[in-house]
Design a protein around this ligand. Structure first.
Ligand code: SF4
Ligand code: SF4
Length: 366
């Protein structure tokens, strides 16, 4: 039902990516955003309230940063979106360094709305040595594990708190991905582990863009692991469908990255998903230049989305058949593609009937 609603809704906003602060306590070697970090001028609470009021109801608020938990008013910001936009899911990525601060903020966020799903995503790029080296900060791995323990204690009391892990894949991390994945699943007990191929200009060029061959191997591992998980007996239909859809999105990412293949569907950037930066700049997606700034338009998001400039940008995206490897936008766009949804739906049905046939090795990659 959720996917049917999204499928039919091709025009109004479903997901907002909000870079809630430019402040960050780390200097990660893989950071593509490092030149924009720690600038003054983050939107203040009153400004966030104003632009949230201008938006319709939408489903998913994907926060980003910087480190979102560095904002003392983070729970209040989320409360604003719950009140004005009736969001159903908020996702918060974190360096997971400040265990007590994070646990206390999450505990407050969980009290805002009993129906709000709160996804906290720990950024973990490797086991201890690799992670601390990438983060440029000894002890960051240990802090991340401590934060996970604090959040796990909260999750026992709050079923709508979901803990996930985000990993940025680069030449320095790629060799340890199997061990990391095993650690995340078996030691941390987390089955939501997403891997994002490093994009943009990293602060340490030695991290380098990963080669097509390495990317293909890493993404194929992810795809196999997701399909294996979906085929395990006892997995409910909803989870099986979501897992298979995620595997499909990884295959799109792989084909785009390694073979420069176009997506088999249109990108919905600027229509059902958009991005807001800490200083109020607004863009259809994170990879295109901002079109306008909320501060210059009376904090009216919808005025910007109805402007000629915005429409011209969307037309240019459609004209050139734009494609990239950004998972948020692949995920947001695939949900409008009926043929793909039906194919994944059928596969989920078949795997539910014959779970054992899909266990173990031997899956095709697409
Ligand atoms: S990757 Fe994230 S945590 Fe690391 S420096 Fe950049 S914004 Fe901060
Ligand atoms: S395909 Fe990628 S770069 Fe192009 S508009 Fe969509 S998200 Fe932006």
């Amino acid at each position: 039902m959720k996917y049917l609603k999204i499928l039919l809704n091709r025009r109004s906003l479903d997901t907002l990516i909000f870079f809630v602060t430019s402040k960050c306590n780390f200097r990660c070697k893989t950071c593509f955003y490092w030149k924009s970090l720690n600038r003054p001028g983050d939107l203040e609470l009153q400004e966030i309230d104003s632009f949230s009021r201008s938006l319709p109801h939408f489903n998913v608020l994907l926060l980003s940063g910087g480190e979102p938990f560095l904002r003392d008013d983070l729970p209040e910001i989320i409360r604003i979106f719950c009140a004005h936009n009736r969001i159903k899911v908020v996702s918060i990525p974190t360096t997971a360094y400040f265990s007590d601060r994070i646990a206390s903020a999450v505990a407050r966020i969980l009290l805002l709305d009993p129906g709000l799903q709160v996804n906290v995503r720990l950024s973990l790029d490797g086991l201890q040595e690799t992670h601390d080296a990438i983060r440029n900060f000894p002890g960051s791995f240990a802090h991340c594990i401590k934060t996970h323990e604090a959040l796990r204690a909260l999750a026992k009391k709050h079923p709508l708190l979901r803990i996930g892990v985000n990993t940025t894949v680069c030449m320095r991390t790629i060799d340890g991905l199997d061990r990391l994945s095993d650690f995340v699943t078996r030691q941390l007990g987390i089955d939501d582990h997403s891997m994002e191929i490093m994009r943009g200009d990293p602060s340490d060029p030695a991290c380098g863009a990963i080669t097509d061959t390495c990317a293909e191997a890493a993404l194929n591992t992810m795809i196999r692991s997701l399909r294996h998980r979906a085929g395990e007996g006892g997995t409910g239909f909803k989870k099986r469908f979501r897992t298979l859809l995620s595997a499909y999105c990884y295959s799109i990412q792989r084909d785009t990255y390694c073979h420069r293949a176009h997506w088999p569907f249109n990108c919905y950037a600027g229509r059902t998903i958009a991005a807001v930066y800490p200083n109020g700049a607004v863009a259809p997606c994170e990879l295109l230049e901002p079109v306008a700034n909320l501060r210059d338009h009376g904090y009216d998001f919808m005025t910007i989305m109805r402007s000629a400039e915005w429409k011209n940008t969307l037309e240019a995206i459609a004209r050139r058949g734009c494609f990239c490897t950004h998972r948020c936008f692949i995920d947001a766009s695939v949900t409008h593609h009926l043929r793909t949804l039906l194919a994944v739906f059928s596969r989920a049905v078949v795997q539910g009937i014959t779970p054992k046939a899909h266990k173990g090795k031997g899956h095709s990659e697409k």
